[in-house]
Ligand binder design. Sequence first.
Ligand SMILES: Cc1ncc(COP(=O)(O)O)c(C=O)c1O
Length: 487
Amino acid sequence: MDLIFEKSRPGRRAGRVPEYGLPVPEVPEELRRATPPRLPEVAESEIVRHVTALADRTFGVDTGFYPLGSCTMKHNPRVNERVGRLAGFRDLHPLQEDDGAQGALELEWRLQQILAEVAGLPAVTMQPAAGSQGELTGLMLVRAYFDERGEGDRRDTVVTADTAHGTNPASVTMAGYRLEKVETDARGNLDLADLRAKVDERTAALMLTNPSTLGLFDEGIEEVARIFHDAGALLYYDGANLNAVVGRSRPGDMGFDIVHFNLHKTFSQPHGGGGPGAGPVAVRADIEPFLPSPQVVREGDRFRLDHERPKSIGRVRGFSGPFGVFVRSYAFIRAYGPALREMSDAAVLNANYVLAKLRDVYELPYDRLCMHEFVLSARNLKREHGITALDVAKRLMDYGIHPPTIYFPLVVPEALMIEPTETEPKERLDDFVEAMRRIAEEAAESPELLREAPHRRPVRRLDEVRAAKHLVVRYLFDEHPALVEAE
Ligand SMILES: Cc1ncc(COP(=O)(O)O)c(C=O)c1O
């Protein structure tokens, strides 16, 4: 497909507006451009076709089934967008005085209250813009908490699981902590013996997602909490997998002291490809004074941003957080109302349904009921036919299905991490099951078909390392991409 710059012809325009003879503001000489911007010159019809062709080549949750494990690619109800576009929310300036933004502040405050209830912890900051930023914020809170107790220098270690998402160790390192990894036992829980050996007076916190990235609820979580609290350390809950437990079990009740939410996953948001997201953080009462500033507070029937927070770790993002995300998540939650737990119930049911239908053709490394997602292994296909998890993923694209997450978590070889979400009807789950079963047959009958897949997508197998390391996102004019390619 040609790039828009390759379609450009000098002098072509999408449209022209009449000149009105209004005064043209004078731009000071030193600020004027020396040359016109290098924009593509294209007719409107060509722009529309170009953008439509690009959209056709893209796969999203609105295109088809998208069981990308750990990412919770659920349907985004359109009512969320409608509410987000209400002029009072959409056109509000972030510097608007509190008195002129009462509705927005009330929404933010109400969302805080709901999240506190879901987490089972009393105080919430809405500032972080992603789960990963929630993690970093949480660890900054851990540091502030121990600094005040005079233990900041001694407690320099944060423990994570060997199944942890990559952002966990990254956040630990960014926050200046030493990383200690704990192994997973044969049932897919944290290995308590390994854990006990690694928790001591240097431990500041545990960072854990429960259910884990294996889609398994940790059966020893109360004991885990006891071990950390007995050592004077804190427990941080990575809430990326919260879709499994909302209304059923609360991280605060499991013993966690700090929790982040991925609003863009659990409470729906068009995400993937970088945003928009939100990673609010809930904390127990004695950590509340350290929360980022400002906080939305209620005084009688008025709401305001509280900037007077002397112990606060400061700001982690501009203003009070990614507000458009709050509106959509609030709309999503209110649409469920008190039935919110049905969201998680359906997510867990869907995952177990698919698991039950696939467990005889792919290996199941941890043979237990799963939560909202599960991890299979294509190890048997590799052993018997030389077919890898990557081949399975690529072939799924030919069936019009987005591949699951693969090769993660790292503890499962040839991992296929599948998260159907609650918004898929039974027919779509059945389509997926059928495609996965058919692929297992193809692995035996015609392995070449899989090795060369996808066959029916606009692009075939990409050199993904090269694509990631030499990402060309701008037109290079004189150095045309084709030249870079030829290097
Ligand atoms: C288990 C887990 N933790 C943390 C994160 C980080 O969340 P975010 O992508 O919002 O930064 C993810 C994201 O996929 C995740 O799956």
